[in-house]
Design a binder for this molecule. Structure first.
Ligand code: PHE
Length: 340
């Protein structure tokens, strides 16, 4: 039987050395060490031996069993290590490869500029108000002192829903809505961002565009207050060394009315293509709130005065970024938008 054990040892060692697969390791374990394995089977024959032989063979068999167990475990460990190494070299990643671009969203340039304008006025103590884009003739025209025969009321100039309802042509109707809510409290200090609609379409006009309206009502507000607030605004958005001028103008809802010009943001005032060699750029309309408009809003023009202004966000954005065709803001071409 000792001979048989030696035989098993030689075969087992040879097999263990040969194999390279974890399944085969398990098969070997069953074959040599299992309950029906070769060593177990051999040990069953022990009972036919003399006591001396039994001790001797039993001891040798147990030693072999332990040895094979150790060898098989080591082999299994070795195979696992090799498999891991093979996988690692196969699945290695090249950390120097370029990554996948992640396309983060961003605010539209017009929203950015509108937010910036709004924030400057918030910094000066203004509140934000909003109003409906579908507006009644009353708020859009009548209460703003726009005469019945004013060309802006023409069906051809505006988008009417019915005789009495239209897409607002400016944010000024919100002046009336805010006054109605606030009167007779003072001060009224609001900024109104929003979309407006006109029957216009060319390189500098689009049927829908964005405005920011402003309204300030208090005791003894004068044109000097208007100039101070608007100069502060223009300098914050275009630069501290900017100059401003006011040209007389007309709006039915302000008296006196003015257009505000700023020194050209492109040439600084010497004259260039952007300012048509005038050195000046028109950026907004403004004026002292017409007494009749104050009355429509519920305020007594004998007790309070105010100023109002309105500007086009697209125009400010075009000047700020040097964009020469307003339609680019609405084409949604990624090559354009990604620059902001
Ligand atoms: N509502 C005018 C426009 O759309 C702008 C404006 C607003 C002018 C407030 C004066 C006062 O052109």
């Amino acid at each position: 039987m000792l001979e048989k054990l030696k035989e098993i040892k030689i075969i087992a060692e040879q097999k263990i050395a040969e194999i390279s697969d974890i399944d085969e390791v398990n098969k070997l374990r069953v074959r040599f060490l299992g309950r029906k394995g070769e060593i177990t089977r051999l040990l069953r024959g022990l009972k036919d031996l003399s006591t001396e032989e039994r001790v001797c063979v039993g001891k040798a068999a147990n030693e072999l069993k332990e040895k094979l167990e150790r060898m098989i475990s080591e082999k299994a460990e070795e195979i696992r290590r090799q498999e891991m190494a093979a996988r690692l070299s196969l699945e290695k990643i090249d950390v120097t490869l370029p990554g996948f671009p992640f396309l983060g969203g961003a605010k539209h340039p017009l929203s950015q500029v509108s937010d910036e304008i709004r924030d400057i006025f918030i910094g000066m103590g203004f509140n934000v108000a909003e109003g409906p884009e579908i507006e009644s003739d009353y708020y859009n025209f009548e209460a703003l002192n726009v005469a019945k025969d004013h060309p802006a009321r023409d069906m051809q100039d505006s988008f009417y829903i019915d005789e009495d309802t239209l897409l607002r042509t400016h944010t000024s109707p919100v002046q009336i809505r805010v006054m109605e809510q606030m009167a007779p409290q003072i001060p009224v200090k609001v900024i109104v961002p929003g979309k407006v609609y006109r029957r216009d379409d060319d390189a500098t006009h689009s049927p829908m565009f964005n405005q920011v309206e402003g309204l300030l009502i208090d005791r003894r507000i004068t044109f000097a207050d208007l100039k101070g607030v608007l100069l502060e605004f223009a300098r914050k958005i275009f630069g501290q060394d900017l100059k401003a001028r006011y040209r007389p103008s007309f709006f039915p809802f302000t008296e006196p009315s003015a257009e505000m010009d700023i020194s050209c943001v492109s040439c600084g005032g010497t004259g260039c293509r952007v300012c048509s060699n005038s050195g000046w750029l028109e950026i907004l309309g403004a004026g002292m709130v017409h007494p009749r408009v104050l009355q429509y809003g519920g305020y007594d023009p004998e007790k309070v005065t105010g100023f109002a202004f309105g500007m086009g966000v697209e125009r400010i954005a075009m000047l700020k970024y040097g964009v020469n065709d307003l339609r680019q803001f609405f084409d949604n071409d990624w090559r354009f938008l990604r620059q902001f």
